[in-house]
Design a protein around this ligand. Structure first.
Ligand code: ADP
Ligand code: ZN
Length: 740
C-alpha cells in the first residue's frame, strides 16, 4: 500500500529530506515532527505511515515541523499511503474544532478518519479481452479446444469482461482463461472499481412549488449560486414543505458539480425522508451513521474523499468526512439535542456545521419549525439570514390545540386518558382516521415503590430510578442500561406483593388503551422496539396502509413523520418536560410538543391536538395553545438575559468525575480554588452535576459564564494548567453545554 512517489508531477509541494509534522488519529495526540527520508515526496494532507513508540501508526501530514524535538531524535516517516490526500479545508476544520472544543487534534482527526481500513486502496478488478481484436475465429497457432473457442468468440463480441461472467456465459473453467492469457491471445486488464455511488439524476422534475415555497427556494438557490459563506435559517411551520424547498438548493449545488451533506438528527429512523430523497434525486445517497456496516463505511469514506459520492446524508459525524469538494451543508431540525455529542469530543454539530461552512466558504442551511434560541439570536444579530414559510402546504392547516385540565377532567384512578381525550379518540376512530398518544416515557412505569416500607428501586450506578419494563419482566436504568429481574418481594423489607408501579410509561398506557378501545388496532413505538432503519420503515408502512389506528409512543414519533390520515394527537402528560429545572427545560418542552402537535392534520383532513396538563396556566402550554412562538421566545430570551445565559453570554461546563467520591470532591475543591476571577467572568460550582452519579462515576460540575469578549477557551486552558488532579479523576470540558 506504500508508494514512494505519488506526487512526482507536482514539484511545488515536494518535501524531501526535511522535517514535517504528522498528526495521528489518537485521542490524546497533537502533531509530531518526523523526517522525510531522501527520495520520498510528501505534501500536507498526505496519509502516511509513521513509527510511534514501538508501533506503526497511520497519520496525516499536518504541515511544517513544530521544531520542538531534538533533530537528532527525529524518526523518519515510513511512506505515503495511496489514498486521496486530506483537503486543506478538512485539516483546518480539525484544527478549528480542536481549538473550539478544547479536545486534542488527534481526537478530532479520529472522527475524520473513523474507518480503519479505508486507507487501503480498493481491490482492483480484472477484466479479460482479446489481445488482438481480429482474433476470435480460432486462427492462431494455439490448439483451439472447444471451450477455448467459445471464450474467444465470446470475447470478440463483448467488451472486456470479468472472469466470473465469462465462465458463466461460456461454461469454460478458470484454467481455460488462464491458458489463453499465458498464450498471449487474451489480455488481462486491471481496472479501478467504479464508485459505489451513482450520480444523482438532475433531470427529475421538481414538484410544483407554492408561491411562498418558490420564493424561499429562489433565495436558497441564490445563496448556493453565490458560492460564498452564508447561513440561512429555513424557518417554516410543520408541514410547510421545508424539505421540498431545501431539495432545490441541493439540486443547485449538485448542478455545479459540488458535494452536499444533509445532517439529520435521527437518520436511522428517517425512512420516509429517505424515500422522498430517492424520488427527488433518483439515487441512493451515501448514508453515514452508526448502523452502517464496516465495508460500506470504507467505500463511503473513500467515495467522499475522492469526490464521487455527491450526496451524503448522515448523523452529526458525517460532518467530519474528508469531502473533496463540499458545496452545501443542510442541518435539518437544527434545534435537536441529538446534534450535541456528549462524550469524547464534545461538540454541537449544528455549530460545527456553521464553522465548516465558514472555513470552506460555502452556504449552510438550518431548517426547523422551532428554531433554537441561539439560532434566532444569530438571526436577530444579522449573522444568519432567515426565510419563512408560515403556512402548511396545500390544503393542510395547522391543527387546533385544546388544553385539558386533568384536575377537573379527571381520569379514573391509575388511568391517564381523560374523558375528553377518550371521547375525541372515539370520534377519530369512528371517522376512520388515525390518532397518536404521546408520552415520553419508555417502559411500564417510571418508578417502582414498595407500599410496605417505601423502598424505591434505584440504579446502583446512577442517580436514577429503575424503570419497569413489564414486557421483558425487568427493571432497567435508562442512563447506563443496568438491568435487574423484576423482583416478587421487596429487597428492603421482604414484603411480598407490595411492589407498586408509580406513574405511566407507554406500556402501561397501551394496557389502558387496549381496555378502553378493544376493537382498535394499537401499536407502541419507542426506541426499544423501533431501533433501526428496517423497523422504522416497517412501522411507516403499517401506519400508511392503515393497519394501525392508534400509535402510542415516545419522542421517536415526534419528528418528521408524515401520516395524512393522522388527525388527533394526545399529549398525555404535557407537564412532563417542564419539571426538569434547568433553564432550557421550557424551550426543549416547547419544541418537542410543537413537533408532536405537528404530526396532526398533515393531509386534507384538519387535525386536533389535546394537551393534558395539571398546570394550564404554564406559559409553555399557553404558547402552544395560542400558537404564539414569538411571544414565547421573547420571554425565554429575556429570562436568559436576566441569568446571563446563552445566547447572551458564553458558557462552558467542567465535569469532574471519578469512581471515588472523596477524590472527586477533593479535585473539584482544588480546581475551584484556582478559578479565574475578573470582569465579565462568573464561575458557579462545584455542584453535583445533573446526574451526580453516572455509570458508577461521581460527577461534580462547574459552570463558567462569561461576557462575549472573554477568550473563554484560553481562560479555561490557563486555569486547568494551574491545577494538578490525580489520574483517576477525569476533567471534561463542555463548551456551550446543552443544559444549564
Ligand atoms: P416540513 O418539513 O416543513 O414539515 P415537508 O417538506 O415534510 O414539510 O412537507 C409536508 C408534506 O407536504 C410532504 O408530504 C410533502 O411531500 C408535501 N409537500 C410539500 N410541498 C409540496 C409541493 N410543493 N408539492 C407537493 N407536495 C408538497
Ligand atoms: Zn444506571
Amino acid at each position: 500500500a506504500i508508494s514512494g512517489n505519488l506526487f512526482d508531477d507536482d514539484p511545488a509541494f515536494q518535501v524531501t529530506g526535511e522535517t514535517i509534522s504528522v498528526l495521528p488519529p489518537l485521542p490524546l495526540a497533537g502533531p509530531y515532527d518526523y523526517l522525510v527520508p531522501e527520495g520520498l515526496n510528501v505534501q500536507p494532507g498526505d496519509f502516511v505511515e509513521i513509527p510511534l513508540g514501538r508501533q506503526t501508526q497511520r497519520g496525516v501530514v499536518w504541515g511544517k515541523a513544530r521544531g520542538d524535538v531534538d533533530p537528532a531524535k527525529l524518526r523518519e516517516i515510513y511512506g505515503v499511503l495511496q489514498a486521496p490526500p486530506m483537503a486543506d479545508v478538512t485539516r483546518k476544520f480539525v484544527d478549528w474544532v480542536s481549538a473550539y472544543t478544547m479536545a486534542p487534534q488527534g481526537a478530532v482527526l479520529r472522527m475524520a478518519m473513523s474507518v480503519a481500513d479505508a486507507l487501503e486502496p480498493p481491490k482492483p478488478i480484472f477484466r479479460f479481452t482479446l489481445a488482438d481484436p481480429a482474433d476470435g475465429d480460432g486462427e492462431s497457432s494455439l490448439r483451439m479446444t472447444p471451450p477455448r473457442k467459445r471464450v474467444m468468440a465470446f470475447l470478440r463480441d463483448h467488451p472486456p469482461m470479468e472472469q466470473a461472467d465469462i465462465m458463466r456465459e461460456t461454461g469454460a473453467g478458470a484454467s481455460v482463461i488462464k491458458g489463453l492469457v499465458e498464450a498471449g491471445v487474451v489480455r488481462r486488464l486491471m481496472v479501478t472499481p467504479p464508485s459505489p455511488f451513482e450520480a444523482p439524476d438532475l433531470e427529475i422534475a421538481r414538484p410544483h412549488l407554492s408561491e411562498a415555497q418558490e420564493r424561499a427556494a429562489d433565495m436558497l438557490c441564490a445563496k448556493v449560486a453565490e458560492d460564498g459563506f452564508s447561513v440561512t435559517l429555513l424557518d417554516g411551520v410543520t408541514g410547510s414543505g421545508k424539505t421540498e424547498v431545501y431539495f432545490e438548493a441541493i439540486r443547485t449545488a449538485l448542478e455545479s458539480g459540488k458535494q452536499v451533506v444533509v445532517l439529520l438528527p435521527e437518520i436511522a429512523l428517517s425512512a420516509q425522508w429517505l424515500q422522498r430523497f430517492r424520488d427527488r434525486f433518483g439515487v441512493e445517497p451515501a448514508l453515514w451513521h452508526s448502523e452502517v456496516g464496516q465495508a460500506r463505511r470504507r467505500d463511503t469514506w473513500r467515495a467522499v474523499a475522492d469526490g464521487s459520492a455527491k450526496l451524503v446524508v448522515g448523523a452529526r459525524s458525517a460532518l467530519f468526512l474528508p469531502y473533496a469538494n463540499l458545496g452545501l451543508i443542510v442541518v435539518d431540525e437544527e434545534h435537536e439535542h441529538a446534534f450535541k455529542q456528549e462524550d469524547g469530543v464534545i461538540y454541537h454539530a449544528r455549530d460545527m456545521a456553521v464553522a465548516r461552512a465558514h472555513l470552506g466558504g460555502i452556504p449552510a442551511i438550518l431548517a426547523s419549525a422551532t428554531p433554537s434560541l441561539e439560532t434566532l439570536a444569530n438571526v436577530e444579530a444579522g449573522r444568519y439570514e432567515r426565510v419563512e414559510l408560515s403556512e402548511r402546504h396545500g390544503m393542510a392547516v395547522l391543527p387546533s390545540v385544546e388544553i385539558v385540565d386533568i384536575r377537573q377532567d379527571k381520569p379514573e384512578r391509575q388511568r391517564w386518558i381523560t374523558p375528553t381525550l377518550k371521547k375525541r379518540l372515539a370520534e377519530t376512530f369512528a371517522a376512520g382516521e388515525q390518532a397518536m398518544l404521546f408520552l415520553n416515557r419508555r417502559g411500564y412505569a417510571p418508578l417502582t415503590l414498595c407500599r410496605a416500607c417505601g423502598h424505591r428501586f434505584q440504579c446502583p450506578n446512577c442517580t436514577a430510578w429503575l424503570v419497569e419494563h413489564r414486557a421483558w419482566g425487568k427493571l432497567q436504568c435508562h442512563h447506563c442500561g443496568y438491568q435487574a429481574k423484576a423482583p416478587d418481594s421487596c429487597p428492603a423489607c421482604g414484603a411480598e406483593e407490595k411492589l407498586a408501579a408509580c406513574g405511566p410509561g407507554v406500556e402501561r398506557l397501551y394496557e389502558e388503551a387496549v381496555e378502553t378501545f378493544p376493537q382498535i388496532r394499537i401499536e407502541v413505538a419507542t426506541s426499544d422496539n423501533i431501533a433501526g432503519p428496517k423497523a422504522a420503515a416497517e412501522l411507516v408502512n403499517r401506519v400508511h396502509n392503515h393497519e394501525v389506528d392508534l400509535l402510542i409512543g415516545t419522542q421517536i414519533l415526534a419528528k418528521g413523520y408524515h401520516f395524512p390520515m393522522l388527525t388527533l394527537v394526545g399529549v398525555v402528560d404535557a407537564d412532563l418536560g417542564l419539571a426538569g429545572g434547568d433553564l432550557r427545560a421550557a424551550e426543549r418542552s416547547y419544541q418537542l410538543m410543537t413537533q408532536v402537535a405537528g404530526r396532526a392534520g398533515r393531509g386534507d383532513r384538519p387535525g386536533m391536538v389535546l394537551l393534558q396538563t395539571a398546570d394550564p396556566s404554564n406559559r409553555v402550554i399557553k404558547a402552544i395553545a395560542a400558537g404564539d412562538r414569538d411571544a414565547f421566545n421573547e420571554v425565554e430570551l429575556s429570562q436568559r438575559m436576566t441569568h446571563g445565559m446563552p445566547p447572551h453570554g458564553r458558557l462552558a461546563a467542567l465535569i469532574i468525575s471519578g469512581k471515588k467520591e472523596n477524590e472527586v470532591d477533593e479535585a473539584a475543591w482544588r480546581i475551584g480554588r484556582a478559578a479565574p476571577r475578573g470582569d465579565g467572568i462568573v464561575v458557579l460550582g462545584p455542584a453535583p452535576a445533573p446526574l451526580s452519579l453516572l455509570r458508577g462515576r461521581y460527577r461534580r460540575r462547574f459552570l463558567i459564564r462569561t461576557d462575549k469578549q472573554v477568550r473563554l477557551q484560553a481562560m479555561i486552558h490557563d486555569w486547568l494548567s494551574k491545577v494538578k488532579t490525580p489520574g483517576s479523576v477525569r476533567v471534561q470540558i463542555d463548551i456551550d453545554p446543552y443544559s444549564f
